[in-house]
Design a protein around this ligand. Structure first.
Ligand code: G3P
Ligand code: MG
Length: 256
């Protein structure tokens, strides 16, 4: 469900990495699982393969979620897309591929799924990743960008300031958010320098006062990864605009 809030005109409850704990992360199976649970908004991670093609993946190293060894940037995207990103989660997901970002984003768009696209550069590829992901996203959303309606746009986020700056240069009108695990004294200086729209932070380190400060400064405020309903309610009461959850079985998209 979208909101009427000009600062956060997007859904408030997102399925983390597509399907949370119910499906292999960052896969089409995960997306379908989130959709089956009623979610209309997801967060997922994007990094570049060796050939510069973005793929939906969290770790720069293979082995945890993708069968194989070595690093993502030792493989071209189509090689990664042929790898098994599902078996680690369960036999029923064996052969689930690493999605190509372009196809994955198009699938989300076709189903009306709002996206928080986390730019997750492999070390050393921050600028290139921010640039390419923003450029491709802008191309996918050219009509929405032309319409000037922010509610129709996805939100790019990253822990990397270099990636966020590169994304801004590539697509200045796409909304972006700083991912900051714990808000330090310099969070607003960073946010201003990067021209971001929102702050995404780990709820475990967030205080009520910090939430108020961020909101009073006019930023959107998003928390990751909230898996407890009581805590979710508390955060929303503090003015947090939105959050992602792994527990899509416990915290539903209409959660208040
Ligand atoms: O975007 C929120 C959250 O996904 C950030 O951390 O490591 O789960 O990608 P991580
Ligand atoms: Mg993420």
């Amino acid at each position: 469900m979208m909101t009427n809030d000009p600062v956060w005109p997007w859904p408030r409850i997102l399925a983390h990495r597509g399907g949370g704990t119910l499906a292999p992360e960052n896969t089409v199976a995960g997306l379908r699982c989130g959709m089956a649970a009623g979610f209309r908004a997801i967060e997922f991670d994007v990094m570049l393969a060796r050939d510069g093609v973005p793929v939906v993946l969290h770790d720069p190293g293979l082995g945890r979620t993708v069968r194989g060894s070595g690093s993502v940037f030792e493989h071209d995207a189509l090689e990664l897309a042929a790898m098994d990103a599902g078996s680690w989660f369960g036999h029923g997901f064996a052969g689930e591929p690493v999605p190509l970002f372009d196809a994955f984003a198009r699938l989300c768009m076709a189903h009306g799924i709002w996206m928080n696209i986390e730019i997750k550069p492999a070390p050393g590829y921050e600028r290139e990743t921010g640039h390419i992901v923003a450029q491709m996203t802008a191309a996918l959303f050219a009509d929405a960008l032309a319409s000037g309606d922010p509610a129709a746009l996805p939100l790019l986020s990253s822990f990397s300031d270099v990636a966020l700056a590169a994304a801004q240069a590539a697509a200045p009108t796409l909304p972006r958010a700083c991912l900051i695990s714990a808000l330090g004294a310099d969070w607003q200086v960073r946010a201003q320098a990067l021209g971001v729209h929102a702050i995404h932070t780990n709820h475990l380190h967030l205080s009520r006062q910090q939430a108020r400060t961020v909101k009073d400064a006019g930023y959107g405020l998003f928390c990751y990864t909230v898996n407890d309903a009581g805590r979710a309610r508390e955060l929303l009461a503090w003015g947090v605009d939105a959050f992602c959850t792994d527990r899509i079985d416990l915290i539903t998209p209409d959660f208040t």
